[in-house]
Write a protein that binds this ligand. Structure first.
Ligand code: WQD
Length: 331
């Protein structure tokens, strides 16, 4: 199939493009490089030895999206492009609501107009808010803790309503937990803009000496060791999950948790990183980060039952691959 991947130059998008190409599909990337690097497109082609059609556009631009659909035979869309910094979303809510909702509406309208019936949407575990773990797809979505999370809830609702009105559409909504790690080549990985918000890129930059020490946001949570517990999933597992979801799409809307189904605390991840890479990570316990929840991990039985997919790689592999990329990375 010929798949349009929005945000395909980004961290998860680039790994998914590799998985798509290696599964025999062809890829069109639409990306505005707001949170990615142009050379990622070349690296995807280098790793797979395949060519990619590429458009540098903002997918909120309906005319630009129209040109892509008009000039290409598209069999499916995977929509990654979106703003995803939780903290920034609380400071700039309108930017997040506009970008994340309008891009989804523009793409869905183009799919309907051009008869493209396969749509995979990048959602997030953030939609669960502070529910009790493990998170099930059937849970009522509580109020999330930030505008970013709200944009994901709203996009899910938009897509569900559109699917009801357009029965030929097949939509997969994939709720990611905490993707970390990198492709084994060490050529692509997570490159945050500025000081990393997320845990693993912060750890790898401490390991590299770019940052002095890790600040652990609180050790007084009701968890195994007081630090936050999350469901880490290797980005390659996540990418492969997208290909399986796309290839097994059926009519209607299908929501899946893409996680490992296991909870790992901050301290446990730090120790796993130290053991996997034989590196010490200095850290300091500081106050909790506003908006953080104690525990977030998935029930993954639905995706295993319906798609036969499960995450394969363990935390040590995630830590090893994340470090391998950071060590090789040159600004
Ligand atoms: C993980 C744990 C922190 C940094 C976020 C978004 C989510 C998704 C993934 C988009 C927490 C602790 C972190 C640090 C720390 N993004 N931590 N020191 O917050 O679970 O999820 O990224 O879809 O929507 O909310 O990920 O990596 O920021 O934090 O102690 O310097 O590490 O408190 O317990 P999070 P994270």
């Amino acid at each position: 199939m010929n798949i349009l991947v929005t945000g395909g130059a980004g961290y998860i998008g680039s790994h998914t493009c590799i998985a798509l190409l290696e599964a025999g599909h062809s890829v069109i990337i639409a990306d505005n490089f707001y949170n990615s690097k142009p050379k990622n497109v070349e690296k995807i082609m280098e790793i797979t030895n395949k060519t990619i059609t590429f458009y540098e556009i903002d997918v909120t631009n309906a005319a630009a999206v129209e040109r892509i659909f008009g000039n290409n035979q598209i069999d499916g869309v995977i929509h990654f492009a979106g703003l995803k910094a939780v903290g920034e979303s609380t400071k700039k809510p309108l930017k997040y609501y506009y970008n994340n909702l309008v891009s989804t509406i523009v793409l869905t309208k183009a799919c309907i107009k051009y008869g493209v019936n396969r749509f995979v949407f990048s959602s997030s575990a953030t939609v669960y808010g502070d529910n009790s773990v493990p998170f099930f797809e059937t849970m009522n979505l509580l109020q999330t803790t930030n505008p970013y999370g709200e944009t994901k809830v709203m996009c899910e609702r938009i897509l569900s309503d559109v699917a009801i009105a357009n029965p030929s559409l097949s939509i997969a909504i994939l709720r990611y937990f905490n993707p970390i790690g990198a492709h084994e080549s060490g050529l692509i990985g997570e490159v945050p803009n500025g000081i990393p918000n997320n845990l693993m890129p912060y750890i790898t930059q401490v390991a590299k000496g770019k940052l002095e020490k890790l600040k652990i946001y609180g050790n007084d949570y009701p968890t195994i060791d007081g630090t936050g517990v999350r469901d880490y999933i290797h980005v390659l597992d996540l990418a492969e999950g997208h290909v399986v979801a796309l290839e097994n799409l059926t009519n209607g809307v299908h929501i899946y948790n893409l996680g490992s189904g296991k909870g790992t605390s901050v301290l446990e991840l730090v120790k796993a990183f130290e053991h996997a890479n034989d590196i010490e990570i200095p850290y300091e316990i500081v106050d909790r980060r506003p908006g953080d929840i104690a525990e977030c991990y998935a029930d993954v039985s639905k995706v295993e039952r319906e798609l036969g997919w499960a995450a394969k790689r363990n935390v040590y592999e995630m830590c090893r691959d994340a470090w391998w990329f950071e060590r090789n990375y040159k600004e």
